[in-house]
Design a protein around this ligand. Structure first.
Ligand code: ADP
Ligand code: MG
Length: 245
């Protein structure tokens, strides 16, 4: 059994990545522009025409992937913290991933307790879950089971995302969150987990990974649960105001 806990050093690196990522977007765009220029040549054969369009489409898709996974990374600080009913958010994300799961013959099992709340940004929280669940599904190309489970204590809420996929070696687990670390070739960006780490940190959460080659992987997120007393004290609000002003 292999495990590790989130490291803050890696997260510092995350915040220095902006410039490097714009480079990652420029590369595919430059290739796409080159092929558009070739297409502007009238003498081009039908066969080449089709081939060039397909290259352009792939390059644009690749740029889009980088941008999508970068969205939350560029601004890991969450400005609009709102109460999120975790189970409701999980349901929505699971629903949106059903077509991809079906394509890979992956069965999704949800084991939720009743609506518990944490604090976070809805869209970023979704992105975080999508990134992890997509990886889980992608790790099971020949089918398997994706289990999404919540686990609560009086002060925390745990979210477990388990797959029965390829699993990772200790070395691979240790590289999670490193910018551009991907084993998926041109189909990966290696930015997904990095974004997840920065969002989870901004939500005051922690990540714990357990993985075993050939058996599968479990990502466990732990967030402080939002108790009603959290919303009440006036003193806290005024202290915050003082800090801001
Ligand atoms: P990408 O999915 O674009 O490759 P990620 O940052 O999302 O980038 O993931 C980085 C790498 O971590 C993946 O390429 C894969 O090797 C590994 N990984 C992440 N999640 C899993 C998982 N559930 N099972 C096996 N490997 C995983
Ligand atoms: Mg990914």
């Amino acid at each position: 059994l292999r495990q590790r806990t989130m490291k803050s050093k890696r997260l510092e690196a995350v915040e220095r990545m902006g410039a490097a990522i714009s480079h990652e977007i420029r590369n595919p765009l430059t290739v796409a522009i080159g092929f558009v220029q070739l297409l502007q040549n009238n003498a081009i054969s039908k066969e080449n025409h089709t081939q060039y369009l397909s290259i352009i489409k792939n390059e644009l898709k690749s740029a889009e992937r980088v941008i999508q996974e970068y969205l939350n990374f560029s601004n890991p600080e969450i400005k609009s913290m709102e109460p999120l009913v975790v189970q409701e958010e999980l349901k929505q994300v699971v629903q949106s991933l059903k077509p991809l799961a079906k394509q890979n013959s992956v069965k999704i099992v949800s084991i939720f307790s009743q609506g518990e709340e944490i604090e976070g940004d809805k869209q970023k929280f979704h992105q975080c879950l999508v990134n992890i669940m997509k990886n889980a599904i992608e790790a099971m190309p020949n089918g398997g089971t994706l289990t999404v489970e919540t686990e609560s204590t009086p002060t925390t809420l745990g979210i477990l995302i388990k797959d029965t996929g390829s699993g990772m070696t200790l070395e691979q687990v240790n590289r999670l969150g490193e910018p551009y670390y991907s084993t998926k070739g041109s189909k990966g960006t290696g930015l997904g987990i990095m974004v997840v780490y920065s969002i989870v940190r901004a939500m005051n959460g922690t990540i714990h990974v357990e993985s075993e080659i050939g058996q599968g992987t479990t990502f466990k997120f732990t967030f402080p649960s939002l108790s009603p007393s959290f919303l009440e004290p006036v003193e806290t609000k005024e202290t915050e105001k003082e800090l801001v002003g």
